[in-house]
Design a protein around this ligand. Sequence first.
Ligand code: C5P
Length: 230
Amino acid sequence: MQARNDAPVLAIDGPSGTGKGTVGRLVAARLDWHYLDSGAVYRVFAYMADDNGISHHDIDKLTDFSRNLRMSFAPDPSAPAIFCNDLDLTEAIRTERCGELASLYAAVPEVRSVLLDLQRAQQRPPGLVADGRDMGSTVFPDAEVKIYLDASAEERARRRYKQLKEKGFDVSLARLRQEMGERDRRDASRAASPLVVAADASRIDTSDMTIVEVVDAVTRLVETRLDALR
Ligand code: C5P
C-alpha cells in the first residue's frame, strides 16, 4: 500500500494498558488528525458476534455475519463514539469480558481480513493516528511514523485497574494482571498479525513517564519525521 503524503499515518502499537488510546487521542487532537481505535473495531465485532451467538470457531457463519455489519465512528477524537448497525456501542465494548472476546475473535485470520478495509479507509487528510497491535506491521506498513509503546506488566495492570475503577467496574488487580497477561500472550503468539515491534518502529517505555511526557515525545517524533520528508 502506498503512503499518501496528504494523509500521513502515525501507527501506535503495543500491549494493553500502555496508554496507547489516551496518547493516540491526545496526539490526534494536537495535530488535528483523524484517529482510529482499532481495538474498538475488534471489540465491536466480538460484541456483535457473541450477542448473535456465533462462536469464534464458526468461520463460515462469522464470514456471512460480517457482511451485514456496518460500523461507523464519530469524527471527533476527543469524544470517540462507535456505532454498529445504528447501535451506540461506545460504552458497552469497554468491559474486560469484551476485551477478552475481542482477543479470541481477533485471532481468526478471516475476521482480521474482513476488518482490514474498514481500518484502511480511515486514512484521510490531513493525517491519521491509528492505534492497535498491527498498525505498523500489517494495516499501515508504509506509515510515516511507527511507535511501539511499552510498560512493565505491573504498571500496565495498575493503569487499567484505575481506568476500570473510574468507570465504576468492580475489578481485582491480581485477577486483572493475570487476564491481561493471558490476553497479551495470545495476541503476541497468534499466527495472524501477532503483536510485534515493527522493524522501523521507535520503542518508548512509558512505565515512568506521564501521559503529557509521552504525548510530547510522540508529537516531536511525528514533527521531526514529517519535516525530514518535506
Ligand atoms: O486495544 P484493546 O484492548 O481495545 O484491544 C482488544 C483486543 O483486540 C486485543 O486484545 C487484541 O486481541 C485485539 N486487537 C487486535 N489488533 C488490533 C487491535 C486490537 O488483534 N489492531
